[in-house]
Write a protein of this length. Sequence first.
Length: 358
Amino acid sequence: MTGHSDTSHEDVAGGPARHVPVMLNEVLSALQPRSGSIFIDGTFGAGGYTQAILDAGGDVIAIDRDPAAIAGGSALAEKYPARLTLVEGRFSALDEIVRDIPGEAGRETVDGVVLDIGVSSMQVDEAGRGFSFGKDGPLDMRMESNGPSAADVVNRAEQKDLIRIIGILGEEKQASRIARAIVKRREARPFETTLDLAGLVESVLGRKPNDRIHPATRTFQALRIFVNRELDELADALVAAEAVLAEGGRLVVVTFHSLEDRIVKRFFAERSQAPAGSRHLPPVEAAEPTFILPRRAMVAVSEAEAKINPRARSAKLRFGLRTGVQPRADRAFHTAPALAALERFANPSARGSHVQNA
């Protein structure tokens, strides 16, 4: 799953909060950047975390799957030509990316990795990207320019598949009602814009004048996660970070909803457990812990920050310190939900909608 620094989820009542690095002080406290240390910012976004790490003396390899984010970081790269390397790519392959960088920037290990999971404020605030239910734009939601779009999924998925996508990835209790309404409406004309879909969901669920959360929030979340394969990307990124971190290196992850946080929590729990044994049973060979966790396993966003930046209100930070044990490649901590394959909804006639690589 991908994400971006300065990440947030849309809050119509609170309005846009552009380029605010979420939990910045907590992230820096967990990373502890210093002169000569090297970090991966796997979700560069607007560069909030990267800038702070550079200011603290650390060098950064910044990765983002969104080409617009990488292009937007050119000025920062020019300011720190020897200390910042920008790479367009998926953070799920961050270990391979770091090793394949030519010259001195390429390396086998780093001192820290920070991941800020979710959709960037820049993406939400730009109507043309199709992430926002508060601004009209094409129903896209792709962080890259390839693969099936949200419109492809909404217009081509069977009702039962829409129910599972919206219900599981959006944690939407009214998924069945929404899916039925989508299927019925698209018989007349396909969905093309964000406000078209948002309006349909609002007509199904209703909305009170004082509701802080738009009724389409969970549906849009579900489609975005599905279109970008965000949960699988996140699981792969955690394994990749484990592989590239040096002993004593720090992995810091900021999440914004329960699906993401559950994966990160399970990863750290599994990777930090010492082998269990019993004097009454034969010894059982078990994996040694690859991470040591701090006493405070989870740090929630402060009330003060949540008031300033409403989009950050659900943010949680988890981090761990890498041990010297060999990394593991398994993903037992992540059980992917049984959903239809994204490739089924590819529309060959739509420009830029060829099938994504797995």
